[in-house]
Design a protein around this ligand. Structure first.
Ligand SMILES: [Zn+2]
Length: 197
């Protein structure tokens, strides 16, 4: 097993796990994690609690989060995982950015501000990785992550899906996101496009 470096903030993860539990039932995650190694940086992980006991303000080892995400992907096709992660992340980010962390939208409240402050937003959730957010034209933004040591395919889908919520919260309509490249396919970075009307 690859050991991933880096840590991941609990905020969006907690909301995602809460959505997951409500959608797939309380027994699903415990069943999937049965026999999994102990998640050392998640000593309070309690699949029976709201948010599974993950603290919004906590920072967790990427290895532990990867184990959790691998368990969610087990016995599911890539398409099924992508679909559930997209819907779940959109729900999680909507709750996060319209709740306690809504002030974040003042910092990245337009595509131009996003291009300037994407790194600050990123650093709220990950302690490694660089972000380049570029206004391609008046309807398109290109966003690339590099040196993201805690990368995981599910997290990559999550961050892409999250931008459909973040850009919609800017007041843009018809927002769609599309993945262009991923380090898992040998690309130097993970790039996605955000487009709107
Ligand atoms: Zn990726």
């Amino acid at each position: 097993m690859d050991l991933a470096e880096g840590r991941i903030k609990g905020a969006a993860l907690r909301e995602f796990l809460e959505w997951y539990r409500a959608t797939f039932g309380e027994g699903d995650l415990p069943h999937r994690l049965a026999g999994a190694p102990t998640l050392r940086s998640l000593p309070n992980l309690d699949l029976g609690l709201a948010g599974c006991g993950v603290l919004a303000s906590g920072w967790y080892d990427a290895d532990d989060i990867h184990l959790l995400l691998d368990a969610i992907g087990r016995d599911r096709t890539e398409t099924e995982v992508r679909k559930l992660v997209t819907v779940g992340s959109q729900a999680a980010v909507t709750r996060t950015l319209t709740g306690l962390h809504r002030t974040v939208m003042r910092v990245v409240g337009s595509p131009k501000l996003h291009a300037r402050f994407a790194q600050r937003l990123w650093s709220t959730y990950y302690d490694t990785g660089r972000v380049e957010s570029v206004c391609v034209n008046e309807h398109t933004q290109s966003i690339t992550y590099t040196d993201w040591t805690s990368h995981h395919p599910v997290l990559c889908t999550m961050t892409t899906a999250s931008d459909s919520v973040i850009f919609a919260l800017m007041g843009l309509s018809g927002v769609t996101v599309s993945q262009v490249s991923c380090v898992l396919d040998g690309a130097p970075g993970c790039t996605h496009l955000v487009e709107w009307q």
